[in-house]
Design a protein around this ligand. Sequence first.
Ligand code: ADP
Ligand code: MG
Length: 247
Amino acid sequence: MVSAISIKDLHVSYYGTEAIKGVSLAVEPGNLVGIIGPNGAGKSTILKAMLNLIPSDKGEVKVLGRSIKEARKKIAYVPQRNTIDWDFPITVLDVVLIGTYPHLRLFRRPKKQEKAWALECLGRVGMQDYMKRQIGELSGGQQQRVFLARALAQNADIFFLDEPFVGVDVTSEETIVQILKELCRQGKTVIVVHHDLSKANDYFDQLILLNKELIGFGSVSQVFKPEIIEKAYKGQLAVLNETGVST
Ligand code: ADP
Ligand code: MG
């Protein structure tokens, strides 16, 4: 079986300072994987490097056994909410229609078929009633659901989401988690950057524990142990006790 994602000896730096140091791992299809680690651990960086949105110094990333370039259409990416310009005048439906573009032939505008598909994806996240609204008018949770709908519209095999639950209401969070779990049941692979340890156990099949280096990778029960978490969080153990990790 070909891995959904395989990374070999990945190194990434910003202006000479290493943010990711020699990470190697392979994720098999059908897993919901959390990337966890303290602030500044390189979680967003490794995600962007996997997607080839930023250059890496060294190493190899393969998606479904192919280079990112070749696998591009199979990949959906939902960036961190605070990196998006929410004042950009675009409707909810148009945001989701963008997800159908990789499948459009050159110079073809979206037609009935694409619109119907975009609406179906909006329906899956419970946002069909908001199709004509400007994206900037929605709450954080609603915006995140629309961006998930756009990712669904892409019909991707691998989904990357960066901190999808930050600034999101409980209902939206629950909706999003259920959809991600459903995608994995269909054999898709979902990678989620997530800083809140308290939910890691409920949400994920596997964890990538990061602090510049790879501290742990495997099933949640393998990685979610106080002695391993402590290695990544070092002095920040107080956080762990509050979340009940130290059992
Ligand atoms: P995380 O997502 O785990 O909080 P990041 O991947 O955003 O961490 O950042 C990892 C490290 O790289 C941090 O020290 C951060 O300050 C630095 N960094 C991130 N983006 C840039 C950038 N564009 N330019 C310079 N340094 C950056
Ligand atoms: Mg980040």
